[in-house]
Design a protein. Sequence first.
Length: 290
Amino acid sequence: MFLPSMQAFIEDIRAVADVRWLSWPGAMADHWQASGQKGGHGFYVSPDPRMVVFLEPAPPIGLSACAEQPGHARLAYVPAGVPIWSHMHADGTFSHLDLHFSLAALVPDRAEQATLPQTPVLLDSHPGIEHLAALILSEITMQRCDPLLLDALVKAMLGYFRQAGSAAPSSPCATCPNARGFTLRQQRQVLRVIDENLHRRITIAELAEAAGLSESWFARAFRAALGETPARIIARKRIDRAKVMLRDTEDPLVEIAVATGFSDQAHFTRVFRSQTGTTPAAWREQMLAA
């Protein structure tokens, strides 16, 4: 069974029925029914390519390749590892078909793979893609798993997206996020707040406010962007600041601990040892000897 490992986060959007799906070698098709509130949003990154089709003619949700520019696209081809965002522009219910597939299994020829879009292809409508989506949905409904037929339908849909992408290639937005789903502007702002406040307790709430995100959204987006939790990065920055003070000043360890936001010298020593393998005092001696 092909089981895509997708990173996803949604807020104010929820499933209203059990997902229906079909899986065959190298691919999976699933049908979701959901509802959401205006302002709800989602973020998704998959290690494999995927295609998404919202099935209603005018769903209350749209797709975008930029977190800061909500879109109304109903159809999307998303390359592997590329983020995509959903945005609720009204209260309501909707359903969508998701197709995940192994590119090597569906398109084994490397030259043909190279012709596929490298950025998301987002469309408001496309009769061919929507017709193929309806046929795949029928197979899911009837639970008919014919790999030859399903591969043909998915590959035909991929061909339509390739044509659409070639006709109207995507142009990146100046404020678009990096490949991990967090804008560079947000990163700079949050890291500035951290750097300026290492001497005190820093809360997730104030970092989320600096990024202009809710706390739950921020925590996941931050980790997706930087590969670490805010707490780990704050701890590492505290130790980096402490190293500078240990090397360049004669301040007592207890003062350095307070200046870098640790509760006391024991806490400072414990964290310092966990990151460097030695104590602050021993590290300072090594620097002086060097």
